[in-house]
Structure formats: C-alpha cells, structure tokens
Design a protein around this ligand. Structure first.
Ligand SMILES: Nc1ncnc2c1ncn2[C@@H]1O[C@H](COP(=O)(O)OP(=O)(O)OP(=O)(O)O)[C@@H](O)[C@H]1O
Ligand SMILES: [Mg+2]
Ligand SMILES: [Zn+2]
Length: 510
C-alpha cells in the first residue's frame, strides 16, 4: 500500500514543501530512503524503526521504500522522521491516510519521543505564504515558533504515540497556543546609557548609528569606556517590529539556536564574537552552510571589540556583506544567501600601547609598531565605517559628576521617532532604513542645497574621499536630519556627518 505525507526542507533560510511517499511491498524485508537524501536522513531508518516499535505500534515486516519528492532538491535534516513514521503507519493501515493539507516535522528518539528541530519558523512562514489551509504538526519544544505564524493552524506533539492517538481519532490534536512577544522582551535589563559619564560625542554618534543602523568605529586609549558604550547600544534601539522578529528569528531557527526558554528573538541581537573566531563562524559557512555571526546580528548590533586583533581573513571577508547587507556562500549544489543587515560597532586602541594621539599621556610605540597595528584595518574596511568616533580618556570631574545623564529610555524615544520617519519615507520600498539606501534612494532623499553641495565638494577634494565615503556621508546626514525631524538636509546636518569621517586622516594619515 502507498501513503503520502507532507513535510518541508530548509535551503538557506527558506523552506520548500517535500512529499514523503511510503510504499510497502512484498519481498525481502528492508527499509530504503531515496530522493537525494543526505546521510543524516538515511539515519532516520534506525530511529523510525525503534520509535515505532517502542511506542507499541507495529513496524511492518515488508520491503519499505521511502521516496522524497521532488527528487532534484537536496534534502538535509533529521526532521523527516515524523513524516516517514506517519507514512509507514498509514501505509500499513494503522491510521487513515493523512489529509493533503497536513504537514509534519520532527525528529524521533528511539523511545518515540518527538524532539525539537531547526527551521520550524521558516517552514511555518512558507506554509503561510503558499498553503493557507495548512495544518502543521510540530514538536512540542518548537511550538512557540509555529505559534508566531497565526495564518496557519499548528499543533504540537511530544511523542509518536500522541500523534498516533490523534491521527487515529482517539484524541484531538493540541494547539500550539498563542505567542506574545512582549512577555519575552528584556529591554529593561540592558545596562543604561546614563551610567556612562561624559563622552557626549561618542554617545551622540552611537545614537545616529542606532537610528539609521549605521556602522561606528570607536577609537581611544584603554579605559575610556568604549566597551561600556557599545554594550549599551541594544538598550537604545527600539523594540523589534513583528516583521523584524520574524526575519531575525528565522535565521536563529535555521541555525538551531532557538530553544524553549528563548523561543524567539524578540530582543535586538547583540553579537560579540571573540577575536579568535574563524571566518566561517563570523561570516557563515560550513559544509551545509550555516548563518554566521553577521547574520545572527540581523536587525541588531555586531560588536567587534579590539577590531585589529581579529584574523585578517575575517576582516577582509566582512567587506562584501557590509556593502550588500547579505552574504552569499557558494557550494557545489547550490548558492546560499543569508541576510546580514546589522550595525557594526567596532572598538580599538590607536596603537599597541593605546596612547597614540593622546594629549596627556605619551605613546611608547615606535612609528613602525603603530603603522603595523593600524594597517590591520585596511582602507576599504575603514571606508565602510560610517562614523569614526574618538573616545578619549575621561576627565576626573566628569567621572565625579553626579548629575545624571540621559537614560536609555529617553534616548530610545528619539530613535523610535527617527525610525517612524524612515518607515514613512520607505513605505513602498524594499529599503527600510537610511543605511540601506541605494543610489536611486540617495538621489531622491538626500538632496543638498547649494552651500551644502559646496561644502561636500570641498571635503571630498581636500580629504581625498572615495565615492563610497561620499554616499555614506549622505546617508548619515539623512539620519542626522531625521533625528532633528527635518525634511531637508541642512548644512549643519551635513557638516556633522563629515566630521565623523575625520579619524582616518588623524591616525591613518590618509
Ligand atoms: N565614561 C565613563 N563613565 C563611567 N565609567 C567609565 C567610563 N569610562 C570607563 N569607565 C569605567 O572604566 C571601566 C573600563 O571601561 P571600558 O572597558 O569600557 O574601557 P575601554 O575603552 O573598552 O578600554 P580598553 O581599550 O582597555 O578595552 C568601565 O567598566 C567603567 O567602570
Ligand atoms: Mg574595551
Ligand atoms: Zn602607543
């Protein structure tokens, strides 16, 4: 007898529907899976067989052929178990054939427990987009992911036996329930900006970065508060929109990083990879490509503390995603694309001893040491840092200053406002934030008056700027004008944006 059960497969961060066909034939008992199945799927045979037997159900003593269609799609993952097991139960007449709008995903352990799998969120989103009458059955531990997609009906199951009793009509399926992102919002637990004394310029630059999702490079001597400042940026970013939650969570879902206690990404990511991290872990990669830190930082912050200490291949590999806001990983069978739209906040000392350029303390490094240190940050990488920010050592009076500075909540309101302005501007566009503007957007939204035009021309020529720096200045100027609630970019907005591009000349002598 033949049975068919639907499931899905993940490619990159997308999902596609796969049909699992199970045929029981007379002949020598056996169990084969065909249809471009990876080794991990072929391992399903042992798990499915034990799970069926250990659930007290019957494993047919026949020749079992499982075909995964379409055949040209490479299939990967352990979540096929549940559909294969249900297909065997249906083909052997232990349950009725499954309705055509049912989709199953879950891994089985040998005792018949259904365990969590990566990718449930993109699967649910794919069903919502293509099969609105879909009934999706997922592991209990993944139920929050499915619950976020309320366009389809999803049920949770924790064991093969439970699924069997429901599919054979002895019990009803359990709903995944509702998911309220607000319950999981931890924005109030992030350390507050008001704890940072002084450093007004750096605070201002980080607000601009947060408002338009621009990149910032903090340079200064040890102990000035660079790390302290960067760690507080997620607290001034506005709460994530539903769209952003879905977009970011699906990356974590594919990476298998969502878990029942942290069911979805509702807090802005703040990823701080270690300086020894490999290019594959930061950029993404692996045999079956996995999203890297730059994708896990989607809609949030990638913090690279002590930037020059990172491996050179990591720094160079960052250039493409910093420009395109996506990262492409090519493999023999396919090319995978992951989103990578984040604000890069990097920090560094200006030299190995940290005092180069200081007015108060003398630098003990030789010119060649300084040169070697700074040259780890290549020109093209530096070019992509929109805001160069000097974080000097803080003065004693400032440190003792008890008058409290602005709180993260107050700053966040201003940034929210700038984001509302951007949302209105880009309402009918794929672009969402100023930092994502393409040349046509820049032309349309970053018009300058004559005197501003002259100022930019002068800066361009005397600072020997690249075309990229030119575009980036305009984008930052746009964000500064938005923070000021100004429809036009005025010369003051532009001048401030230009001023954040000055450190390459001070330190890199360009
Ligand atoms: N502006 C500041 N206001 C209040 N405390 C500060 C400030 N700057 C530094 N500190 C104190 O000094 C500590 C060290 O600061 P932080 O680690 O952020 O410096 P850094 O610039 O990252 O230094 P390094 O270059 O050595 O990494 C902080 O934990 C904090 O206690
Ligand atoms: Mg530090
Ligand atoms: Zn030095």
């Amino acid at each position: 007898m033949l049975a068919a059960v639907n499931t899905l497969v993940i490619t990159g961060i997308d999902a596609k529907v796969v049909k699992v066909e199970v045929d029981l034939m007379l002949g020598l008992p056996g169990f084969d899976i065909v249809g471009l199945a990876s080794a991990s799927i072929r391992e399903a045979r042992e798990r499915v067989k034990s799970a069926i037997k250990n659930s007290g159900l019957e494993f047919p003593n026949k020749k079992i052929i499982v075909n995964l269609a379409p055949a040209d799609l490479k299939k990967e993952g352990s979540h096929f178990d549940l559909a294969i097991a249900a297909g065997i139960l249906a083909a052997s007449g232990q349950i009725d054939p499954l309705p055509a709008n049912y989709y199953l995903a879950g891994e089985l352990s040998l005792d018949g427990t259904v365990t969590k799998v990566p990718g449930i969120l993109p699967m649910a989103l794919e069903l919502a987009a293509t099969a609105s009458d879909a009934v999706f059955i997922v592991p209990e531990e993944n139920s929050k992911e499915a619950a976020l997609v309320n366009e389809i009906t999803s049920y949770a199951t924790s064991s093969l036996m439970e699924l069997y009793t429901c599919l054979s009509g002895q019990a009803s399926l359990r709903s995944v329930g509702v998911f309220n992102p607000d319950e999981y919002n931890h924005i109030d637990k992030i350390a507050d900006f008001s704890e940072v004394k002084g450093q007004e310029t750096a605070k201002r630059a980080l607000q601009i970065a947060a408002a338009g999702l621009h990149n910032a490079l903090l340079i200064g001597p040890p102990g000035g508060g660079k790390t302290m400042l960067a760690r507080r940026v997620p607290g001034i970013l506005p709460e994530m929109t539903r769209e952003e939650i879905l977009e970011t969570s699906r990356i974590y879902s594919v990476a298998g990083l969502l878990n029942p206690t942290n069911p979805l990404i509702v807090n802005r990511p703040f990823r701080a990879p270690h300086k020894n991290a490999s290019a594959a872990s930061i950029i993404g990669g692996g045999k079956i490509p996995h999203p890297g830190e730059i994708s896990l930082a989607q809609n949030g912050v990638l913090f690279m503390d002590e930037l020059p200490e990172f491996h050179r291949d990591v720094l160079e590999a960052l250039r493409q995603p910093l420009e395109d806001k996506i990262v492409t990983v090519a493999r023999a069978q396919a090319t995978y694309t992951f989103p990578a739209n984040f604000s890069l906040i990097a920090s560094m000392n200006p030299c190995p001893c940290g005092q180069f350029g200081s007015e108060t303390t003398e630098c003990r490094c030789t010119p060649i040491q300084i040169h070697n240190y700074l040259s780890r940050i290549s020109g093209p990488l530096l070019d992509r840092m929109d805001l160069h920010v000097e974080v000097p050592r803080i003065k004693f009076e400032h440190l003792k200053d008890e008058s409290s500075a602005e709180s993260s909540a107050t700053i966040r309101e201003r940034i929210k406002n700038a984001r509302v302005i951007q949302a209105r501007r880009f309402a009918r566009s794929k672009t969402k934030l100023n930092s994502e503007m393409r040349p046509a957007d820049i032309k349309k939204h970053c018009r300058l008056d004559e005197s501003s035009e002259r100022l930019l021309k002068k800066a361009f020529e005397s600072f020997n700027m690249s075309a990229r720096a030119y575009d980036r200045i305009l984008k930052v100027a746009r964000t500064i004008a938005d923070l000021d609630e100004s429809t036009d970019i005025h010369i003051g907005h532009l001048a401030e944006a230009i001023q954040y591009r000055s450190l390459d000349r001070k330190y890199w002598n360009k």
